[in-house]
Design a protein around this ligand. Structure first.
Ligand code: GAP
Length: 458
């Protein structure tokens, strides 16, 4: 079995080739903030579309919506985020570093704590275990206080009349508050699901591990509205569906995925039951994708706060507030898992070849056109243009030896290279090289089926 890749190696690779850049780099960076470069931006969008095709377009009774980031603040009162969406914060008085108290305890003791554990108990555990500051090794802590993770801002121009609003910490609430609109306009019958992709913001105390935990990220969420008696069936349905997506569609390695179950006192305030799909990231096995049974919590809260009826009337005239099954994944976190999974190093002729073994549908470029020398540029650039005209993502590279150019395409995950040589113009044939096997075949240009290049290597 191959050694696990380190975070340093994958981060350097992704930065060097233009998948990801340090945010605000020319100003010294903004801590734990990242931008997606030319390759990262494409693959991110491919992933969104694959998710939409799989979970929405090709599935019965599924709808996609797109709601605002800033909502009426009452939404967050009703959802419980203003009161409950907080982490226990503790500061080291000596070096002024800031930590999540629950994470500190988890790191340095075997004490069992949950989201609900009282602050006074957390303080006692830290004192009794004499937990040192991981940064300066002193023991001089402030009291623990609850730190709300929502980013607060204001709208309105008059200073003393500003309205406090929040950047949404989850996309889900935009779906709940539109439940009635969606149901009325689509005339959907329960069970039906509503999906959304969009930015979420959390003022995380300890953002870390590259794009795994950031303050600004995108979520891909579904709220599936079901009858109470269908909760378990739909929960299992999504366990299956997510697994198929990870293994059959994204082709992630099975050994890197596991399922984590939680007890009632370990889960979020809105949830009746939660499981997480974990991925074996370089920093350790951690949450990739959450699946929660939110019951009727959110719609009931919104009914109570807005005084608007959130009931559903079924064909037998039964009126009820639906339950909700929610699969929720971070786009960047899923992308990170895909990139880690794809990264491979192998020895070829005493050299290390780095290959991103991305599935074809996730490769930023499907094919690279490479003229053997500059003299062949006219002919090669026509082929390049004709591929682009067919809507197939393609790149073109003329600089450096052909070997180096192959290695560059391997490193960014391009599944096929098309090499134009001195015979090409005479026999109208080119060489197609397979990224994974490095096998090469000679084909007549007119016989190339860009949508099924893998067939050439069977
Ligand atoms: N609506 C439910 C919800 O937001 P969550 O477990 O807090 O549940 C769901 O988040 C998913 O969003 C996580 O499994 C993770 O993939 C992603 N996520 C959460 N916080 C994140 C962060 N700070 N950075 C990147 N992704 C994050």
């Amino acid at each position: 079995m191959k050694e696990k890749i380190s975070q340093e190696i994958i981060v350097n690779h992704l930065k060097n080739y233009g998948f990801v850049f340090q945010n605000s780099e020319i100003y010294g960076g903004l801590a734990n903030a990242w931008d997606f470069g030319p390759l990262g931006a494409i693959i991110k969008n491919l992933l969104k579309n694959i998710w939409i095709n799989y979970f929405v377009t090709s599935t019965k009774n599924m709808f996609l919506i797109d709601t605002n980031i800033i909502l009426n603040s009452s939404v967050w009162d009703a959802s419980g985020h203003i009161n409950n969406f907080s982490d226990p914060l503790i500061d080291c008085k000596k070096c002024k570093n800031r930590f999540r108290a629950d994470k500190l305890i988890g790191e340095f003791t075997n004490e069992k704590i949950t989201e609900q554990t009282d602050i006074s108990i957390l303080e006692k555990i830290i004192n009794n275990n004499k937990i040192k500051c991981p940064n300066c090794k002193n023991i001089d802590w402030t009291n623990i206080r609850k730190f709300n993770l929502m980013f607060e801002t204001s709208i309105g121009v008059v200073d003393n009349n500003k309205n406090i609003v929040y950047l949404r910490p989850e996309t889900a609430q935009g779906i709940f508050i539109n439940f009635k609109n969606i149901q009325r306009t689509t005339r959907a019958k329960i069970p039906f699901g509503v999906a959304q992709i969009g930015k979420s913001f959390r003022n995380e105390i300890t953002p870390s591990n590259f794009i795994f935990r950031t303050r600004e990220f995108e979520q891909m969420e579904i709220e599936h509205f079901v009858e109470e008696s269908q909760e378990n069936m739909f929960f299992d349905y999504y366990i299956n569906k997510i697994q198929k997506f990870l293994f059959d569609v994204l082709k992630l390695k099975k050994e890197n995925i596991s399922i984590e179950n939680y007890s009632k006192d370990e889960i979020a305030h809105y949830s009746k039951k939660t499981i997480d799909f974990f991925y074996d990231f370089p920093h350790g096995k951690s949450e990739l994708w959450g699946l929660a049974n939110r019951g009727s919590y959110d719609l009931m809260q919104h009914e109570s706060f807005s005084k608007k009826d959130m009931h559903y009337l079924d064909s037998n005239n039964n009126k009820f507030i639906p339950s909700v099954i929610e699969p929720s994944v971070g786009l960047e976190r899923l992308l990170y898992a895909i990139l880690i999974d794809a990264y491979d190093e192998e020895q070829v002729n005493n050299e290390t070849r780095v290959v991103m073994r991305l599935d074809e549908k996730l490769a930023p470029y499907k094919i690279a056109v490479l003229p053997l020398t500059n003299k062949l540029e006219d002919f090669a650039s026509k082929i390049y243009q004709s591929i682009l005209n067919k809507g197939v993502s393609c790149t073109y590279d003329t600089s450096g030896s052909i070997g180096k150019r192959y290695r560059r395409q391997d490193a960014i995950g391009t599944p096929y290279c098309l090499t134009v040589d001195f015979d090409s113009q005479k026999d109208m044939s080119v060489t197609i090289r397979n990224r994974d096997s490095m096998e090469q075949v000679r084909v007549n240009i007119k016989d190339i089926n860009l949508l099924n290049l893998s067939k050439l290597f069977k």
